[in-house]
Design a protein around this ligand. Sequence first.
Ligand code: NCD
Length: 416
Amino acid sequence: MLDPAAHVIEKCGGPDAVAEMVGIHVSNVHRWTYPRARGGSDGRIPTRHHRALIAAAARRGITLTPDDFFHMSGADDGKGLSSPAPATYSPLPMPQDADPTRFRHRHILGIDGLTPDEIAYLLDRADGFVALSRGPRKRADLLRGRTVMNLFFEDSTRTRTSFELAGKRLGGDVINMSVATSSIQKGESLIDTALTLNAMHPDVLIVRHPHSGAVELLSQKVTCAVINGGDGSHEHPTQALLDALTIRRRKGRIGGLIVAICGDVAHSRVARSNIHLLTAMGARVRVVGPPTVVPRAIARMGVEVFHDMREGLRDCDIVMMLRLQLERMQGTYVPSLRENFHFYGLDYDKLANAKPDALIMHPGPINRGVEIDTAVADDVERSLITEQVEMGVAVRMACLEAVTANLPSADARNRS
Ligand code: NCD
């Protein structure tokens, strides 16, 4: 049986202690463990109390993590898949906990324009989906009856497959359309494609396109929700969200951290979305690289600019490496890949300037020996690269949930 409320109450020292920690009457705490038919919340603790409880528990020396709120008694708590799911197990009843008033956007086109509260809401929801994805039954029914279309005009491994998995784990129908970049003509053909797909009544379109602004243009032509899977060198909002989730889970916060984003910042949508998100959440962001790909003007985005890697990494908490986006470069931006690695590639020598517990991130695909040394990339103690991929599925589940929560229900639409 899924009973996170009983688990959390026990961990915190009983209903009275929890009532005091959250500042509510003890009868409301008891109610969390009652079935819905008896006015309870079916073993779930409403999401609005999660943060307060985690903070209050920490003050009392009790370690409570977001995963505790999705605890499954009798199952394996996500530590392994050895124990089978009990026969009475039912999918996570998360829909009631989603709060559509905290995220009202129809589309997710960029981080620019999202408030810190909206970002925190998506991250909180994603935390729950991490727990779901680590459990033995990775399904929730939040997208039942919904159709999600992946429309990728540019190559992708992580983003496309994780959106597909996210849609499927939420019980939606997912269709992949891969469009070879070479066959695309900008303008009319993009609009035509949008109108054609729109006629098939998708609920969500996930779009990746080589031209900055193309996804927003497309969103204006369709009646469904649109999520930007990366547009040119403009924005890649779900990447920044998954990076933030990875950081928050590892460091416990985002505010106050020093994050160094290193490499080809000028051509990187990942850098742009991360700068918006990290500065909005109170982190100090540095950008590090040669002047050709880290122009001084980028300081206008509220970041510090460094052309010396060792200086840029000094005392930072997170080192985020970026690939040279050769496909977006016209002309030569770096003298040679070898020289680029010598000055700006991440190796242990340069990393020694960061804090001793600094963690390494990279959105992938990584180019070993070009922007990052192989041993550093594979360092299980410090590299978060595969964890980022895991967080990518959870964050995309949260984004799909958030945009569909604001659409008319699938049943209502089918009736009309
Ligand atoms: C990034 C992208 O496509 O913008 N990759 C990704 O989505 N994980 C970064 C890149 O291509 O370098």
